[in-house]
Design a protein around this ligand. Structure first.
Ligand code: 7PM
Length: 263
């Protein structure tokens, strides 16, 4: 899954148009690099990031989805916590709803997910995006994340989401200290086994890599990102959410050839 951020200054020095065009061009680059899926997001979930209105988020993501979806050879997921944005994106041709709030952000989220009938990613996060990195705390991070994901999956199913449409995600970096992130990665097989759903894994360029490798800027975390993706593949993760699609595909294809004795 290649990441396409449609946030101000992710591609241009201002202007909505440049940003839309930049995102579309980047999406095409990721498809050529071997992405099987694109994750399009217009709301920054970074700690401390300012909230974005639904209309602003729609203005950012819908033109990109409309440009991409009729022609795109790969499915698209919409990264949003807002049911109205998910709905508009799916109407415009998106295929999957990626919700870092696990359908908790709005009272309409569960019913909307059921009505849309598309696969939905339920991600674990302790706290809210703005404050989640302030004193995150767990007694047993792996058990708590598993319990949360099982409970959210059950709630979604009760609301009418089909079991087959649920993807779970431990939410690396979302209200977690370094040791929490490492424990979750170490126990991915247990998380996959106990939740019983396909797992989406997102560690690309995240801060825990810098904590292990001081003074590495976001763009200098490819080695750690690849190590994490290969670890997750070995553990049985189904979808890797990454910035560096070309390098990750190369690493995964190589690993797979060694692992499976087939190309
Ligand atoms: C700080 C925290 C900065 C998180 C940037 C991020 C995920 C996601 C994001 C993930 C799913 C980033 C992230 N991460 N959706 N959206 N899983 N499902 O690195 O891990 O892009 S935002």
């Amino acid at each position: 899954m290649g990441i396409v951020n449609v946030t101000p200054d992710s591609f241009s020095d201002g202007g909505r148009h440049g940003n839309t065009e930049g995102a579309i061009a980047h999406a095409r680059t990721l498809i050529k690099a071997g992405a099987d899926l694109l994750d399009i997001g217009g709301e920054s979930t970074r700690p401390g990031a300012a909230p974005v209105s639904a209309s602003e988020e729609l203005d950012r993501v819908i033109p990109v989805i409309e440009a991409l979806c009729p022609k795109s050879s790969v499915p698209v997921s919409i990264d949003t916590m807002k049911p109205e944005v998910a709905q508009a994106a799916i109407r415009a041709g998106a295929h999957i709803w990626n919700d870092v709030s696990a359908l908790r952000a709005s009272p309409n989220s569960l019913a909307m997910a059921a009505a849309l009938g598309v696969p939905v990613v339920l991600m674990h996060m302790q706290g809210e995006p703005g404050t989640m990195q302030k004193q995150p705390h767990y007694e047993d991070v792996v058990s708590e994340v598993i319990s949360f994901l099982k409970a959210r999956a059950e709630t979604a199913i009760k609301a009418g989401v089909r079991k087959e449409n649920i993807i779970v995600d431990p939410g690396i970096g979302f209200g977690k200290r370094l040791d929490d992130n490492l424990a979750l990665m170490r126990d991915l097989p247990r998380i996959i086994n106990e939740t019983g759903h396909p797992l989406l894994f997102g560690a690309s360029r995240k801060r825990f890599i810098e904590m292990l490798n001081p003074d590495t800027a976001t763009d200098d975390r490819l080695g750690g990102s690849l190590a994490s993706a290969l670890w997750a593949a070995q553990a049985g993760a189904s979808i890797m959410r990454v910035h560096d699609v070309f390098e990750t595909v190369q690493a995964l294809k190589t690993w797979q050839a060694i692992e499976q004795d087939e190309v």
